[in-house]
Design a protein around this ligand. Structure first.
Ligand code: BES
Ligand code: MN
Ligand code: MN
Length: 463
């Protein structure tokens, strides 16, 4: 339908590069202005694409960008969701080019080139494909349905204000399907549709020992060292088989049937290239499950950061007074993140020895999500990938989380289609994040097929 001319490709890429230059880091209050600037840039861009009723909706945090193109009440409505905020670029030293000065480089996996910048894949580049696809459909007068765009600036910090917004505006957001490009495909010759996301529970713990940092010679051997204690406590959270030791943790987990596991094992996955891509000699995880299963359908617990004591130059002999860690758990369907957070908190306090004090706080979280495949929206997406890649997509359950997706279902009573175009190797959240030009243009080409298929199937289903 839409083969992009070189001119159009250059134009779209230059626009994306402009967008990527804005450091819209939602987590860091220093960048509040830049986040706003990205919202304004985006609102302008969706307006130029042909959207109407554009709004930059202020929230307690960062603004939500909204726009719509309503052509007929008799046609179905697609609600496009994405996020224009990005992760902090740290550690900045490890970037080969500055994170907010986008450049195009070729890589082994992206011989056509890839744009390197924070947010290029997650999610500015992927979300921007929808803006350009809509622009194409409107300017060619073949937009087959109504469209609503809702793009937030707080996905990377938990979407708290978007939750409030959707609860208060469920009528205005009424739609027949939610469409998101914020996930990935298997590789550039084998597309896939994400049919599952894990949930998340994110905790922070603090272990306090003596009331001040102590000379480790004068006091060493007489008091608990909070860092040592924290490490002991953390290592007790998993047993030798990689099972999480928190009582009740697995109670609500629904195991996959043998049939489902067999289906899953047919998805192409090469253990050796997985290891090679990470430069590791062996994988590690829960006994009895494959790497593919461990990273998608099984819950996990990981320390994301740990600190305390002296970490500066040279040596300082000290027993620190405090130690901290950020610990997250990825969850699977039917586990409730609030319940899991509470189980964690109670357990962590219970295992603390009397020599220290422990405090536990819950950051954010979200439930897992599974997309059904027996509906017209999934069919439409399946056909769209098949058409643009010339190959049928696999359905793949992913390990990442987009906590607002289950809330869309709860509040808006609407299913989500996760039509991503990124690759796992695109280094999202890491230094040198990039997005393949092939993927960017392929996305713009695939999206209009989805609209067309979905509108046709919708019409048929109403006959
Ligand atoms: N786009 C990602 C989630 C993702 C990426 C899902 C690839 C599946 C495949 C999203 O922006 C993200 O980073 N989510 C966070 C959770 C959020 C609460 C910070 C995550 O998964 O850690
Ligand atoms: Mn994302
Ligand atoms: Mn992200």
């Amino acid at each position: 339908m839409y083969k992009l001319s070189q001119n159009k490709q250059d134009q779209y890429l230059n626009e994306l590069i402009d967008f990527l230059k804005i450091p819209s880091i939602s987590a860091d209050p220093k960048y509040k202005k830049s986040v706003k600037e990205a919202a304004v840039w985006l609102a302008n861009s969706i307006s130029l694409a042909g959207c109407e009723n554009i709004e930059i909706i202020p929230t307690q945090g960062h603004p939500i960008v909204y726009g719509e193109k309503i052509i007929s009440p008799n046609l179905p409505t697609v609600l496009v969701y994405g996020h224009y905020d990005v992760q902090p670029p740290d550690p900045v030293d490890l970037w080969e080019s500055p994170p907010f000065e986008p450049i195009i480089k070729k890589t082994d996996i992206h011989p056509e080139g890839a744009v390197f910048a924070r947010g290029s894949c997650d999610d500015k580049g992927q979300m921007f494909m929808h803006v350009k696809a809509l622009e194409l459909m409107i300017s060619n007068k073949d937009l087959p349905c109504n469209v609503k765009f809702m793009i937030e600036g707080e996905e990377e910090v938990g979407s708290d204000n978007l939750e409030i917004f959707i609860r208060e505006n469920s009528n205005r957001l009424k739609s027949d399907v939610i469409l998101i490009s914020d996930t990935g495909i298997l590789n550039n010759t084998q597309p896939s549709i994400t049919t599952g996301l894990r949930g998340l529970s994110y905790m922070e713990v603090k272990v306090t020992g003596p009331n001040r940092d102590l000379h480790s010679g004068l006091y060493g051997g007489t008091v608990a060292n909070p860092i040592n204690t924290l490490c002991d406590m953390i290592s007790s959270l998993k047993d030798s088989e990689g099972k999480i030791n928190i009582p009740g943790f697995y109670d609500d987990v629904v195991d996959l049937s043998e049939e489902e596991r067999k289906e899953m094992s047919k998805i192409p996955f090469n253990e050796q290239s997985f290891k090679d891509s990470l430069n590791i000699n062996s994988t590690s995880g829960e006994l009895g499950f494959t790497t593919q299963e461990r990273k998608s359908i099984r819950p996990t617990l990981d320390v994301n950061g740990i600190w305390g004591g002296y970490t500066g130059e040279g040596a300082k002999t000290v027993i620190p007074s405090e130690a901290y860690a950020k610990i997250s758990m990825r969850l699977v369907p039917n586990q409730n993140w609030e319940k899991i957070s509470l189980l964690f908190e109670n357990h962590f306090k219970k295992i603390a020895p009397s020599s220290v004090k422990v405090s536990v706080t819950t950051h954010h979280g979200g439930q897992a999500y599974v997309t059904p495949t027996n509906n017209i929206a999934y069919k439409a997406a399946h056909l769209a990938y098949e058409k643009s890649f010339g190959k049928a997509p696999y359905s793949v359950r992913d390990g990442g989380s987009i906590p607002i997706v289950p809330l869309f279902e709860e509040v808006l009573k609407c299913k989500t289609i996760l039509m991503g175009f990124g690759l796992n190797s695109d280094a999202i959240h890491s230094p040198n994040e990039h997005f393949g030009l092939f993927n960017f243009f392929k996305g713009i080409e695939t999206i209009p097929y989805f609209y067309k298929n979905f509108s046709e199937l919708f019409k048929k289903s109403k006959l």
